[in-house]
Design a protein around this ligand. Structure first.
Ligand code: MRU
Length: 366
């Protein structure tokens, strides 16, 4: 199915595909069902908070910024239905926000977007229902637009560090499919490719959910960026052969000290990069920074179902009854993170500059 006809230009900025868009003309939240990629491109309309929450939990939409944007639009959609007084409007926003927040625990962008919408709801609760709904939608659109702008800013910063003619390795999918558009790690790769610096991208397949094999290869090849898929187990070998000059990944939560939670397998890649002297870098918007987490030990790690490990495409890999472990994310310590590219600037966690130290140095508001 091609992209649905929207009543306005997509905020993602892409004419090829998007993860999430809202059409204000008919109050529909459109999500690309990423579970079906790359075999089928199916855009699914979502009309309620429950539908959006299910889509996040089931990974129809995934990637830290994209699930935050989805929640913001779902709350705007819900706000438009609420015609009662301020108290019932705020109660509806609170219940809906808690339902959305309970879907996935690790990516802080989800809770960040819900908290931002809650603040807006408190500001506008006393307005008439029409004005209140318009303000909530404008806030959700701002969350979306700002994310795309942040991706472009961190992309330009990261691209400056990519060596000429580099083979760049990435993990999971931190691209347009995982964000409002353009991507974080893939934003760095897109910007470096536009500058003529990229020889090729090695996309780690990312067991067990295969975001690298299914999604990163899909979106890079759509953009004409040379990409090869490798199994996660091949990463060290390619580094040992000198075939990788730069690693860039995304993040689901960055602690105050610069520890980074990202898709399971990221930590192993960082250790390998360190052992082989390959720069290991992370790209993430400031909405992924969680100053309430002093370090990675306080980041909640999602445990997903056994079946995502024990089966692949409906084929059983592990006999019934044998337990499997499935932490969906891991934490890479700050000392292994050479650079963290954000829309506020490049931080150097391995040199002791995590987000808290960066804020202290630049005297920026949290
Ligand atoms: O489980 P997922 O697919 O939602 O995990 C996504 C990742 O780990 C991404 O690397 C991260 O969210 C950054 S997306 C810009």
């Amino acid at each position: 199915m091609p992209m649905p006809p929207l009543s306005r230009a997509p905020l993602s900025g892409s004419a090829a595909f998007f993860a999430v868009e809202y059409d204000p003309a008919d109050a529909v939240l459109w999500l690309l069902d990423q579970r079906l990629l790359p075999g089928e491109e199916r855009y699914v309309p979502h009309r309620t908070v429950d539908e959006a929450a299910h889509a996040i939990r089931a990974m129809v939409v995934r990637g830290a910024p994209a699930i935050g944007i989805t929640a913001a639009y779902a709350l705007a959609q819900r706000a438009a239905l609420e015609t009662g007084p301020a108290a019932s409007f705020l109660m509806a926003m609170g219940i809906s926000g808690r339902g959305l927040d309970a879907t996935r625990p690790t990516a802080v962008n989800l809770g960040w977007a819900i908290a931002r919408m809650a603040r807006k709801a408190a500001d506008v609760a006393a307005l008439d229902p029409g004005a209140r709904a318009r303000a909530m939608l404008a806030e959700a659109e701002a969350v979306h637009r700002e994310d795309v702008a942040a991706c472009r800013a961190m992309g330009a910063l990261g691209a400056a560090d990519v060596p000429e003619g580099a083979t760049v390795m990435t993990h999971c999918n931190a691209g347009a499919l995982a964000t409002g558009g353009y991507g974080t790690a893939l934003g760095v790769i897109r910007a470096a490719h536009a500058a003529g610096k990229i020889r090729r991208v090695l996309a780690c397949e990312t067991r067990p959910y295969l975001q690298g094999a299914r999604l990163t290869s899909f979106e890079l090849s759509r953009d004409g960026i040379p990409v090869e898929v490798v199994t996660d187990s091949m990463a060290g070998w390619f580094m040992a052969r000198g075939e990788v000059q730069f690693v860039v990944v995304g993040a689901d939560r960055v602690a105050a000290n610069g520890d980074v939670a990202n898709k399971i397998g990221t930590y192993g890649l960082a250790v390998l990069a360190h052992a082989h002297g390959v720069p290991f870098t992370v790209a993430a918007p400031w909405s992924t920074v969680d100053l309430r987490c002093p370090d990675g030990r306080s980041i909640p790690i999602e445990e997903r179902s056994r079946d995502e490990v024990a089966t692949l495409g409906g084929v059983t890999l592990v006999a019934d009854g044998i337990p499997c472990r499935h932490p969906a994310f891991d934490v890479t310590p700050a000392r292994l993170v050479g650079a963290l590219y954000t829309e506020r600037g490049a931080l150097r966690p391995a040199e002791g500059e995590g987000p808290a130290a960066f804020l202290a140095r630049t005297r920026r508001a949290p």
